[in-house]
Design a protein around this ligand. Structure first.
Ligand SMILES: O=C(O)c1ccccc1NCC(=O)[C@H](O)[C@H](O)COP(=O)(O)O
Length: 260
């Protein structure tokens, strides 16, 4: 079983428990109580780099990254540094995140929020919006075309922006065929977990320039950001480097607005 398959299997188990506790109809009813979704696209289309700053405690590739007892404090630093959006990992078993983190961050900051998880069912999309997310991650490698389209359509119906994530040429073609506006190129190989920083430059030309292209994983600082912006990225998604930085506000600010 691949790492992705293992993660998704755990996600499905945890999801089944939540569905037992709160049926979809209840989660849908909760949508009435959340503020309207924020649209991240205008900021992401601005000239110069935008940063999607991630709240990430641990990962399958690196183990423990940072003790983050208060994700709202970290998110507030990201927002103060000018993050265009904040990514909150909600997967619990391998990343140490939760929907409670997402709800807490929602209550604390105004920036658009990405629910970063392994989304495989409609329930999770509705749940994301009910918890205050503005964006959801759709990992092409985890979804067949029919499910990818259903989840993408549902996200749109709920006013959520989908970050459609690809790892190789075939997935990039599928994301483009879907009509995704926001496409993330993740440099982390989901089989080996190694980061190949040539991935963005290889795949970006396959994605139309009308899309907002996001470079993801392994980004350590301004030199990387400048490289990816030069290769066509409008945004970078950064986790590890920010959660380990003693001054996450300044770290986000330094990566924001970088020109090619
Ligand atoms: O981070 C991992 O080890 C990982 C393993 C398997 C699937 C996904 C994984 N990470 C999710 C991400 O996409 C990253 O959190 C994100 O791109 C930020 O990466 P980084 O800046 O390298 O922390």
């Amino acid at each position: 079983m691949s790492v992705l398959d293992e993660i998704v299997a755990g996600v499905r188990e945890d999801l089944a428990a939540r569905e037992d506790r709160a049926p979809l109809a209840d989660v849908r009813a909760a949508l009435a109580d959340v503020d309207a979704p924020r649209d991240p696209m205008p900021d992401l289309r601005l000239p110069g780099s935008s940063v999607i700053a991630e709240v990430k405690r641990r990962s399958p590739s690196k183990g423990d990254l940072a003790d983050i007892p208060d994700p709202t404090a970290l998110a507030a630093q990201y927002a103060a540094g000018g993050a265009a959006a904040i990514s909150v990992l909600t997967e619990q078993r391998r990343f140490g995140g939760s929907l409670a983190d997402l709800r807490a961050v929602r209550a604390a900051v105004d920036a658009p929020l990405l629910r970063k998880d392994f989304m495989v069912t409609e329930y999770q999309i509705v749940e994301a919006r009910a918890a205050g997310a503005d964006l959801v991650l759709l990992i092409v490698a985890a979804l067949d075309d029919d499910t990818l389209r259903r989840l993408h359509d549902l996200a749109g119906e709920l006013g959520l922006t989908a970050l459609v994530e690809v790892h190789d040429e075939a997935e990039a073609e599928r994301a483009v065929a879907l009509g995704a506006e926001l496409i993330g190129v993740n440099a982390r190989n989901l089989k080996t977990l190694a980061v190949d920083d040539d991935t963005f430059g290889r795949l970006a030309p396959l994605i139309p320039d009308e899309c907002v292209k996001v470079a993801e994983s392994g980004i350590t600082g301004v030199v990387d950001v400048k490289r990816f912006v030069g290769e066509g990225a409008r945004a970078v998604l950064v986790g590890e480097a920010l959660v380990k930085d003693g001054d996450p506000r300044a770290a986000v600010a330094s990566m924001t607005g970088v020109q090619a």
